[in-house]
Design a protein around this ligand. Structure first.
Ligand code: DX5
Ligand code: ZN
Length: 216
């Protein structure tokens, strides 16, 4: 089943309770929460407090995307804050620490996930796939909403779909960055099944229709 995970980076931060309700009412499956530390990416966003606050007012699945350096230091706190799915970047630490972070997430009963930046090859997911409930392929350089979709990431999406089908068929395959109704279609062809959309979702006049077209 295809799922929509609108990125609240494009929501109104002064009205997050309202916008979380909007996600639910328009048929979104997850709420994508982008955490940036100003080191792993050249931007900062939100942290524990905001996740705790939205956890209290929404029962949406919180799909938390950590764009932070050495996430092993903080994954348990993000689980406690309310993440349902917690994604860390393979580029953010050593293989040993990334494995440890994934194990810590799973021990909390939270779904564990890894993400790869555009320049990182498909094979980089292989050491982690058995510990993953979801793999996220970035289709822009992480850090900012509203960038253009990188269609040249599709061979990587297709390769990772092959790995998933061979080794972990229940693992979800998510794309993030520049996803709209048209580019989501290209990602579906390549094998993705979870679609993060920030600007395209929040700009859509008919958000329920947007969600329906992602679900097709
Ligand atoms: C970018 C973030 C994305 C971002 C997507 O670093 O990871 O989740 O919010 O925004 P759009 O859909 O506008 O490209
Ligand atoms: Zn994201």
């Amino acid at each position: 089943m295809n799922k929509l995970s609108p990125s609240i980076l494009s929501a109104d931060f002064a009205n997050l309770e309202r916008d979380m309700k909007l996600l639910k009412d328009t048929g979104a499956d997850y709420a994508h929460v982008d955490v940036m530390d100003g080191i792993f990416v050249p931007n900062m966003s939100i942290g524990f407090c905001v996740i705790e606050a939205i956890r209290k007012v929404s029962d949406m699945v919180l799909d938390v995307h950590l764009m932070i350096d050495r996430p092993v230091r903080y994954v348990e706190r993000f689980c406690d804050a309310g993440a349902d799915i917690l994604t860390i970047h393979v580029e953010a630490d050593t293989e040993e620490n990334t494995l440890e972070a994934l194990r810590k997430i799973r021990a909390k009963g939270v779904k564990a996930a890894i993400s790869v930046k555009p320049k990182t090859p498909a094979e980089a997911v292989l050491p982690y796939i058995d510990l993953c409930d979801l793999i996220l392929v970035m289709t822009v350089e992480p850090g900012f909403g509203g960038q253009s979709f990188m269609a040249d990431m599709m061979p990587k999406v297709a390769k990772i779909r092959e790995y998933i089908n061979e080794r972990k068929p229940e693992c979800e395959l998510e794309v993030d960055g520049g996803v709209n109704v048209e580019t989501a279609e290209v990602c579906k062809q390549a094998g993705a099944n979870v679609f993060v959309a920030g600007s395209a979702y929040f700009k859509a006049a008919d958000k329920a229709a947007f969600a329906a077209s992602i679900h097709k």
